[in-house]
Design a protein around this ligand. Sequence first.
Ligand code: ACO
Length: 371
Amino acid sequence: MTRPEPAIHPASTPGLEDVVAADTVLSMVDGVAGRLVIRGHDLAALAGWRFEDLLALLWRDFLPGDPGADEIGQRLGAARLHIFETLSPALLAGTDGLSPVEALRLMLASLPDSHAGDHAVTAVAAAGVYAAAIHRLRKGEDVPAPDPAASHAADILAMIHGGPVEQEKADALDAYLVTVADHGLNASTFTARVIASTRAGLFSSVTGALCALKGPLHGGAPGPVLDMLDAIGRHGKISDWIAAELERGERLMGFGHRIYRVRDPRADALKRALGKLGDPTGRLAFAEEVEREALRQLAQRRPDRRLETNVEFFTALILEAVGFDRDSFTNVFAAGRMAGWTAHVREQERANRLIRPKSRYTGPMPESAGN
Ligand code: ACO
């Protein structure tokens, strides 16, 4: 008896690198030019926008000041209050012993499924309120009620700090949320679209997206960026510490990207926002020195593969500066990226086709008795 050969299929594309899997009007990432366009606007042109304005742009193509954009802001405030009022003690108790991102996963998964057109605003409100509530609960503090009249960024900060914060901090968080709101077909957004394509519903789609986001190769990197800065500790150790990490085959968090072959434009947007805030933690000069040395050693070791600073490096600095603990960074990332996830789920649902690629079988075939 002989084993027949498996049928020949074209070679697979590990990591789906360079595969174009969706048409979208939402964002374009040009990794060679280092350009991010969000629905017709260069990232740099969005400086000074509030997160609500970006939501209105992504969801409805409204510009700041359009009555429709104002209405989205009002609905978002009302939804934050609704989410807060329906926080159940049983659900909060269920997060005991979980990491912040696992707690957020549990809380998002508890929301009943619907379609993106109906409840996208609830999803965005929920991500912000839950991230703030989880932050408070981990410190053993009660969760203050949101203020529907405040901006989303100012309200999240007021919730984590237990009272209103300086406008500069709210502006910095707005800059962060706007900068990370959407970014092409990254792993978590793709996950959201795959789940939406099965018609599973909005909250299943964004909960799945969060699961993809939490890994260190995607949205789990900024906490470890601060760990790295702390582990290096002082100026004199930078070069040796980085060399030893790379020698051991470790990846430096906050560097490298699947698409960008130049500096991630979001890194500069966040660095500018941090500069405006006045660098309250005093880490910027040290971090910049680490960045310069990391880029020098990466270029030396990998002349064939340009590895540049990505968004997560300055994410760590800006989120720490506005008052988040490092283990909450991924949840704040999710609060911003929820804008993109919900917009992509809407886009997918509007012109849906089940996403179902093929695999190439490379295992043995059953023996056929006739041979
Ligand atoms: N430090 C050291 N070496 C690196 C780094 C890094 N940060 N990034 C990539 N490399 C090396 C890899 O080891 C690999 O080497 P090899 O060819 O000898 O195996 C080579 O460069 C190419 O890397 P890939 O893994 O093929 O690149 P990919 O496109 O798959 O990865 C990724 C992109 C996952 C972001 C990677 O650069 C990385 O792990 N960076 C560190 C984690 C990080 O910063 N994550 C946040 C990403 S931004 C975001 O998702 C919002």
